[in-house]
Structures are given as C-alpha cells and as structure tokens.
Design a protein around this ligand. Sequence first.
Ligand SMILES: [Zn+2]
Length: 483
Amino acid sequence: LVTLQKKLAQFTTLEEAGIILRMDKRESQIYGQRAMQLLQRAKQALCSKYKMQIVEPVIVEIFPDQKDFAIRTFGLPGGAGFLGVCFGKVITANSPASQGAHPSNWEAVLWHEFCHVVTLQKTKNKMPRWLSEGISVYEERQANPSWGQSMDAQYRKMILAGELTPISKLSGAFLQPPSPIHLQFAYYESSLVVQYLIETYGIEMVHRVLDDLGVGMPINQSLQRYSGSLPELEKKFEQFARKLAEQLAPTLDWSEPELPPRPGLAEVKTWLEQHPRNYLALNGYAQLLIRDKKWAAALEPLRLLLKEFPEDISGGCAYELLSEVYRQLDDQKAEQATLEQWIQRDNDALSAQLRLLEIYARQENWQALARVAELTLAVNPLLTSPHQQLAAAAAALQQPQRTIPALQALLALDPRDPADVHYRLARSLQKTGKHSLAHRHVLQSLEFAPRYRDAHRLLLELVKSSKPTKALPKNSPPPRKNP
Ligand SMILES: [Zn+2]
C-alpha cells in the first residue's frame, strides 16, 4: 500500500471543469488531453440526458499497472476482467498498458464509468446493479454504435433458449453467475431492458424511476408504478428481446452441423451442399480453405456470411477472414472496403485499424489516415504508429492544432529520431503563434542534431520574428539541457 501511495503521489493531475484526472506522468503526456476531452464530453451529454448536476469534482484515476488498480479499487490484488470501476465520485480504470495485446477501447470504458457517476449520484447510491449497468451499457451504444455490447450469435442462442432472467429478478443474475458468459449476458440483458423502457415509455420514465430509487423506493415497485403491471412488462420485454434475437441473420441456418470432430475439407463441403446456409459450417469451411491457402475458393462462403450476418465481429468472423483473403489475392480495394466495414462495427478491431493505417499512408489519403489514426488511439494510445500517422496526416492537411498533440505524444514515446520530432513540433507551434514554445523545441532539436539545417533555418526565422529585445545575442552559449 505504501508503494501505491508513492506511485499515486507521482501521478500527474489534470483538472478541468469539475473533473480531476490522475494518470501516470508519461501516459498523461501521451493521451491525458484526449482522455480529459472524452470525459468532458461524457459529462456534458450524460448530465443533460439524465437531468443531473454534478456539483463535486469527479476524480478519475487511470492505472498502468493492473495490480495497483486492483489494490486501489478492491483493496487487494485480483479483479482481472474489470476494466474500470465507479464509486459515485471516483472512477478507477486500467490503462491500455495493463491490458496486454488486445486492449479494450478506453474511451468506451470511461464513457461507461462516467455514466455510473451520473446514475449513482442521481439515486444517492440506491440503485440495483442491473439498472446501473444496463444504463451504462445502453449509453455506450448511444454514444457510439460500435461501443457497448450488441446482439451476437451467443446471445441469440441464449435468448432463444429461454435464458433471459425476468426483470424483477435481474439483480440476481449478477450474483454468482454460472460462467463469465452469463455475467456478460446479464450486462447485455440489462442494457436491453433499458433500451426497451426508453423506446416504449420515453427517457422521462427512466428519470422518474431513478428519482423513486433516490427516495428509497424498491425498483420493482417503481417499475410497477409506471408500466401498470410488472408481469406484463416482463412478458412484453421478453417478446422484444426474442424478436431482436430472431432478427439476427434470419436467413442463416443456425443448427449445429452433424459432423465428426475436426472434420476434413471434403466432409464439410459435402455437408454444406445439403445445408448451404449453415453458419457454423460456412465458417468452418472458409477456415479450412484458408488453412490450405485456397484463397479464391474461400471468397464465396465468406461473402455469403458477410452479406447475411454483417453484425458478426467475433474472433474469426467473416470480416477478419475475408480481409485476409483479399490481401492474399492482392485485391487492395476489396480488402480496404472490408476493413472499413469491420471497424465501423467493431470499436476495438486493432489489427484492422493498423492495417488500414498502412494502406492509407501508402495512398497518402490524409483524411482517411487521420480518421483511422484517431480511432486506433481510442484503443491503444501507447502505440507509436497511430501518433506518427496522425502527425503526418494532420501536417499534410495543414492542421497544426491536430499535429501538435500527436507530436507531443510521440516525444513521450521515445521516438527514434527526436531531432525530427522536436523540429516538426516547433514548426507546428510556430504556425499556431506559439513562438516561445517553438523556440524551445527547435533548440531541443538542435541538441540532438546540431547540424540539422531545417532546424537552424527555423531558429533563425523565430529569432527574426521575435522582438529585437527578445532575440538571442549572436554568440549566445549553447542551450542547456532541461534538468
Ligand atoms: Zn459498469
């Protein structure tokens, strides 16, 4: 605990309009501003939607080390699987640094947690977990359709198999769920209940329920009050959820293929001839074709899957396989289109985002490059390449305001060529009129590369443009390194 306190004391604090953001110093240089902007957007949108004023500052702490997050959050190590937790006024979250190779979209995580701040404060912490999670997941989807959970093959199956928990018992679904999938499903179902309530009765009904909870009324009583009949509400909700499940890829055959374990290509092919629209068999068939490098043959089943089931973003989905096949076939136009569709659906498809960055950089398609770079930074701002690409694109688009934070982030990421980055940052700062900062960075550039001609030229421009009294004397001593 002592070491955690020491680390926290070394965190950088950003403060703006009622939000105090504490982060590791280096991470704060890389994406602190970006995180603050996101939190401000969340605060504005969610407070206005839920008619809530947050008076006291909200404290947000982002931990690069999962152990520190766990100790700060739960008082003991563990808690893997939690990306963020909210305690009314305080949010703790894991940074992408602690999430390994497949980090989650931290923007979605912070949005979700901030929504808890709003609903917990509105109800004075007197709300059932299901409603709090339901609203947070629902609001993720509202903020960005690719955030938050959505209907997938697994949830479809569970709903149609009758695994929905009745609304009046939803709190229980979060206590001792039989598996991690069941816990996830509880979040998803809760978000569907919220969606159903808002679509059927309007957001005002949710406001009233939250107010009732705040004065201590039990949730089921409040729901009964506004729906007329809780059992009727449960029945209608189940119909709503079933309909959503049935609407997922309705033209596909969802049955389990009657195939031996680890079937061969020929076996799957023969079975598919009798069942040409079977989801699992089509997917398995495409995977076997790809394994055998039969790229062209894999096109047909994958195109069919994508057309009939565009919602699928699970591991090994048609987007993933088809973009790989197009890449192997050297069809970049089709590959690019598939990757674009994929990232519209899936907010943390990092591999797709990184591949698109390569493609757009080669095409010098600056608008698209900048757009995808920003999306990539929402998943992992600690990678170098999206900042590099964003800096290049924004410079080409003559957007120094957008170039500056990207170059500042690059500096905190130990770039290979710091002289170049300092120089480009100085140029952008000059363009926005920040001459003294530009001056400082051009000098830093020259420290790394004393004979860098462009940097000398910029230095001269900066000296000339500043007032004579401020200009450096001709034989000024070399600049000193920052302590
Ligand atoms: Zn939550």
